[in-house]
Design a protein around this ligand. Structure first.
Ligand code: S3P
Length: 169
């Protein structure tokens, strides 16, 4: 089977999309693109600043524009932000010619991996675990519906996840 022209990683904060995406891209000889980092580069500001100044909806608009642009990339592994699936209009961009991989992760594991992080505005709340649970409940069905491959990442090293993915691509 020929390789897909683009592999798009979806899943929650703390799923390991960036780490796994970078390793997977290296294995495939693809470029790695992180949509959040690209948004920050283009804007010249970090995500907390964008949320602060433009609100979540401003960030989502920037995200939709970047996803549209990235849907024309070939030979790339793309890590998306956890909320990239929330706008229905993004789905066609995410799907276009791509293999979509959902990196599925328990809320406990998401919490462990994000608890010291200050770059995720949605988690700067009193009870970030409850936020992660709520987001999981709302988003898990959407990630699952969009995905061609669902891969659990709990208690696995990024290398093991990549090896398992390479067997399924
Ligand atoms: C978000 C996830 C973040 C980033 C933004 C919003 C979300 O990306 O896009 O903070 O809505 O889940 P990561 O999933 O890469 O942390």
């Amino acid at each position: 089977m020929p390789l897909p022209e683009r592999i798009v990683l979806v899943g929650p904060m703390g799923a390991g999309k960036s780490t796994i995406g970078r390793l997977l891209a290296r294995e495939l000889g693809y470029r790695f693109i992180d949509s959040d980092r690209l948004i920050e580069e283009r804007c010249g500001a970090n995500i907390p600043w964008i949320f602060d100044v433009e609100g979540e909806s401003g960030f989502r608009t920037r995200e939709s524009n970047i996803l549209e642009e990235l849907s024309h990339e070939t030979g790339a592994v793309i890590a998306t932000g956890g909320g990239a699936v929330m706008r229905e209009e993004n789905h066609a961009c995410l799907r276009r010619g791509a293999l979509i991989v959902y990196l599925k992760t328990s809320v406990d594991q998401q919490f462990e991996r994000t608890r010291r992080d200050r770059n995720r505005p949605l988690l700067q709340q009193e009870d970030p675990r409850a936020v992660l649970q709520d987001l999981f409940d709302r988003r898990n069905p959407i990630y699952s519906r969009l995905a061609d491959i669902v891969m659990m990442t709990d208690k696995k090293s990024p290398r093991l996840v990549v090896r398992q993915l390479l067997n399924r691509i």
